[in-house]
Design a binder for this molecule. Structure first.
Ligand SMILES: *[C@@H]1O[C@H](CO)[C@@H](O)[C@H](O)[C@H]1NC(C)=O
Ligand SMILES: *[C@@H]1O[C@H](CO)[C@@H](O)[C@H](O)[C@H]1NC(C)=O
Ligand SMILES: *[C@@H]1O[C@H](CO)[C@@H](O)[C@H](O)[C@H]1NC(C)=O
Ligand SMILES: *[C@@H]1O[C@H](CO)[C@@H](O)[C@H](O)[C@H]1NC(C)=O
Ligand SMILES: *[C@@H]1O[C@H](CO)[C@@H](O)[C@H](O)[C@H]1NC(C)=O
Ligand SMILES: *[C@@H]1O[C@H](CO)[C@@H](O)[C@H](O)[C@H]1NC(C)=O
Ligand SMILES: *[C@@H]1O[C@H](CO)[C@@H](O)[C@H](O)[C@H]1NC(C)=O
Ligand SMILES: *[C@@H]1O[C@H](CO)[C@@H](O)[C@H](O)[C@H]1NC(C)=O
Length: 793
């Protein structure tokens, strides 16, 4: 006992010490542990299962030791950003041969060591941004990372980049290089990697300080297939833009400015520099745009190859100065795709939009356009924008559906008007016949009308307030009506080509294969998140579904009946009663019938009714005051079988009633009250008689009534504890041959002596004498001490 206590104590202590040294992370699910923001100071212990993702970001780790990841050999992703890591022991990552992603950004690493990465043979993604190192280790830092595809490095402290830093990195596809304070760059360093798909440069300070250095970096990375992104940089002056000449000469086709401050002057300088270049995609995202200084050139740049212009989340404090931008109008007549997203755009004058002669795709979603300014932008539907195929005016401030604006655009295929506030649609509309896609989701529509163009292939009306949908659209292949209040499955005959239907989150209570059979081409249905009534048919249908459900099967949840509410329709188990009511009901009824018949049969077999009645009669008799000896009406009640009536009438009655002194017998034939219940009569007769005479014969044994008489007398025997029974045996009955059910008779025969009807004639008088003695009422009070046993035979 004591040993056990000590053991438990030791175990507790061990557990204590283990949990003290390695805290537990309680956010592990399946194969991932997301332990960010838990104020951890050391790496938590591994859970007892294989973990492939481990997120320790935003904690307080200071050091990574070589034992920290020994138990995490299966790790694919290790996220350690935003800690306070200063030191990593050289063997710390040795166990992580499967690791594909390692994020060490925003820590306090002062030196980097090539030894860390020696075993990371699977690593594809490495992030070292935002640390305190001034250079990339001792050189050849990434030599062993043969599989590396994405590399993020640099930070405010990075001073110099040497040629040996990137040796061995040949398959790299993406580089993010933060060289905000870079002083020294060895020419050709990044070039040895070869052309990369994406290069992101954060060179704010360097752009100001040493343009030669920026140019050196650019000339190493520019390539026609490389998308150049400039980030976290301020572009204020014309001469800051000089290094872009390198991009131009290198044939750069895509340039993105993301998260930059830019003056119109710098922007114009950039555009002039890129005049006649191969630039095809220009993106300005999260840009603070200063319109104050235009610069000194008054003629437009020339950019024949520009195809795509994206302005996203543009912040233009001096938006009222937008007319200065009209100088760029000639630039626009070549672009094919323009997006101005979430940039507080409220007007594009008809004069400018008419310049977009090649524009195919126009996306002005998330802006401030109103019915009026949209009308101006579309030149009131009179023309311009002749090549337009797609227009996205979602999430503006439109209040009405004005199809007239688009009628003449005979190449227009797609209109996205979602996220405006229409409430209703006109009864008829005038769309271009080419229109195939219309997005009217989240527009507060309460009903649809024939305004919907018949030519539509794809229609999105989700997240409105529709209660039904019934407009015939013969070419429709895709219909989105999720998030409405539709309670009936749309009629499939109206949409013969429909292949995809999404009707989630409505008021649909059920649907069946009949509904779906009307859709001749339906391939995918999304109808989850409706308040389904899980009837047996519905559950059966869901269990053996024919169509492919596009959404998660478990989103088909029963809303009723109560027993299965919240359960998935495919898993709901309904009782047999609910599913086969008629069958179950008839089974139940026949069951009851069978039991009933069985009970009746049993009652019949065991004469239960009779016994009950008899018990009742006996109880009644018991409560009646007992007749006094003098009140007895008969000397004997004779119980005999009908077949023995000959003997009774020929011998017994004359012998006892007609010879002196006469005895009064009770015979059921003669003395029973006609019409009275036979049992009452029997009992009455027995009550009123001094003795009960049983004429026993084979026939008696066969007669049911006699059996009852015997039964009742037997009852009485016990009740009064007196001998009232006289047995006459007409013919010999072997007691053993009496059937089991006459056990009473057997018992009576066993316990009593009986008078036998003699075969020999000269014994007959003696028989009568004995019988008279047995029946005769005594005149004295002690008459009841007369016992059968004392009768002299
Ligand atoms: C971490 O520490 C901060 C401040 O000490 C506290 O506000 C926060 O609740 C802690 N978070 C956790 C998960 O313990
Ligand atoms: C600018 O960078 C180049 C290339 O790294 C270097 O040769 C030059 O000395 C730098 N100039 C200044 C003023 O730092
Ligand atoms: C650019 O990439 C395409 C395929 O992505 C390739 O066919 C082409 O040769 C590449 N151009 C250059 C100059 O490498
Ligand atoms: C842009 O200017 C704002 C102040 O107007 C400044 O807070 C921000 O840091 C600047 N961003 C860049 C990328 O220079
Ligand atoms: C970029 O440099 C300019 C001037 O050198 C400075 O005003 C601005 O704050 C810097 N921006 C960032 C994001 O460092
Ligand atoms: C621009 O592209 C054309 C053909 O696509 C090519 O011949 C030309 O060399 C490119 N210009 C530059 C500067 O790379
Ligand atoms: C229109 O813009 C919205 C918001 O940016 C976007 O979700 C939607 O996909 C766009 N529609 C088309 C047809 O490009
Ligand atoms: C319709 O627009 C909404 C909101 O912009 C978008 O989420 C949805 O994907 C669009 N529908 C289609 C079919 O593109």
């Amino acid at each position: 006992m004591r040993i056990v206590t000590v053991l438990v104590f030791v175990l507790l202590l061990m557990h204590r010490s283990v949990s003290l040294s390695s805290p537990q992370c309680h956010s592990c699910e399946q194969t991932s542990c997301i332990c960010s923001r838990q104020n951890l100071t050391t790496v938590p212990a591994a859970p007892p299962k294989l973990i492939t993702e481990f997120d320790l970001s935003f904690n307080r780790l200071r050091e990574i030791t070589r034992n920290d990841f020994v138990a995490f050999t299966g790790l694919r992703s290790l996220i350690l950003n935003n800690n306070r890591i200063q030191k990593i022991q050289e063997q710390a990552f040795v166990p992580l041969t499967e690791l594909e992603k390692l994020d060490l950004s925003l820590n306090r690493l002062v030196t980097l060591s090539a030894r860390w990465f020696e075993n990371l043979l699977s690593l594809r993604h490495l992030n070292l941004l935002g640390n305190k190192y001034t250079m990339l280790g001792e050189g050849n830092l990434f030599q062993s990372l043969k599989r590396l595809k994405i590399l993020h490095f640099g930070g405010p402290s990075l001073q110099s980049v040497r040629k040996s830093d990137f040796s061995g990195l040949s398959g790299l596809e993406e580089v993010v290089f933060d060289g905000i304070n870079l002083q020294v760059y060895a020419e050709g360093s990044l070039k040895q990697i070869g052309p990369m798909k994406y290069v992101t440069l954060g060179l704010n300070g360097t752009f100001c300080r040493n343009k030669t250095l920026v140019g050196a970096i650019l000339s190493d990375v520019v390539h026609p297939n490389t998308t150049l992104t400039f980030t976290h940089t301020g572009f204020f002056s014309e001469d800051q833009m000089v290094p872009f000449e390198v991009a131009r000469n290198g044939g750069t086709t895509s340039i993105i400015f993301k998260n930059v401050n830019m003056t119109l002057e710098a922007c114009m300088a950039f555009l002039y520099l890129m005049s006649d270049s191969n630039l095809t995609i220009l993106v300005l995202e999260d840009v603070k745009f200063n319109l104050r200084h235009l610069g000194h050139r008054g003629y437009p740049p020339h950019m024949d190859r520009l195809e795509t212009l994206v302005l996203k989340n543009l912040d233009v404090p001096q938006f009222y100065r937008f007319p200065v931008l009209f100088i760029l109008a000639p630039l626009l007549n070549v672009v094919r795709r323009v997006s101005v997203l979430n940039s507080k755009l409220f007007l594009i004058p008809c004069k400018s939009s008419a310049d977009f002669s090649k524009l195919e795709h126009m996306d002005v979603s998330d802006n401030l356009l109103s019915d009026l300014t949209l009308s101006e932008m579309m030149c009131d539907g009179r023309g311009g924008l002749w090549s337009l195929q797609t227009i996205n005016i979602s999430r503006n401030h439109l209040r009405s559906i004005n199809s007239q604006l688009f009628t003449k655009l005979n190449k227009l295929k797609n209109i996205d008007m979602s996220g405006n506030v229409f409430h209703r649609m006109p009864e008829t509309c005038d769309w271009p016949p080419s229109l195939q896609f219309l997005n009217l989701s989240s527009t507060h529509l309460t009903k649809v009308s024939t305004c919907l163009p018949v030519s539509l292939r794809i229609l999105d009306l989700s997240d409105n307030a529709l209660t039904f949908f019934n407009v015939e659209l013969p070419f429709l292949t895709e219909l989105h009506i999720s998030g409405n209040k539709i309670s009936n499955f749309p009629d499939g005959d109206l949409y013969p080509l429909l292949a995809f239907l999404s009707i989630q989150n409505n008021d649909l209570q059920t649907f069946s294969s009949n509904n779906l059979n009307d859709y001749k081409n339906l391939k995918s249905l999304e109808a989850g998140a409706n308040p389904y009534v899980c009837s047996c048919d519905f559950v059966a249908f869901m269990t053996n579904y024919r169509v492919t459900f596009g959404d998660e099967f478990k989103s088909y949840v029963c809303d009723s009946p109560d027993a299965v509410r919240g359960k998935s329709a495919a898993e709901a188990r309904l009782s047999v009663f609910e599913c086969h009511t008629a069958l179950a009901f008839s089974l139940l009824c026949s069951g009851i019938l069978v039991v009933f018949l069985l009970v009746v049969g049993l009652c019949h077999k065991f004469s239960v009714v009779w016994y009950v009645k008899m018990t009742w009669a006996w109880l009644r008799a018991k409560r009646k005051p007992k007749l006094k000896k003098g009140d007895l009406e008969y000397d004997a009640f004779v119980s005999y079988s009908e077949s023995d009536s000959g003997w009774v009438e020929a011998h017994l009655v004359p012998q006892l009633e007609q010879t002196e002194p006469p005895l009064r017998l009770c015979l059921h034939k003669r003395d029973f009250v006609p019409g009275g219940w036979i049992l009452d009569n029997i009992m009455d007769a027995i009550e009123k008689s001094h003795r009960t005479l049983f004429v026993l014969s084979q026939n008696f044994v066969r007669s049911e009534w006699c059996k009852y008489e015997l039964d009742y007398t037997h009852f009485r025997l016990f009740d009064h504890n007196e001998d009232t029974v006289v047995l006459i045996l007409l013919e010999p009955i072997d007691k053993e041959t009496i059937p089991q059910k006459f056990c009473k008779l057997r018992r009576v025969m066993n316990s009593r002596t009986y008078l036998e009807w003699p075969d020999i004639d000269d014994q007959i008088p003696r028989f009568w004498r004995s019988l008279r003695t047995a029946i005769k009422r005594p005149n004295t009070d002690n008459g009841n001490c007369l016992q059968f046993d004392n009768v002299d035979f």
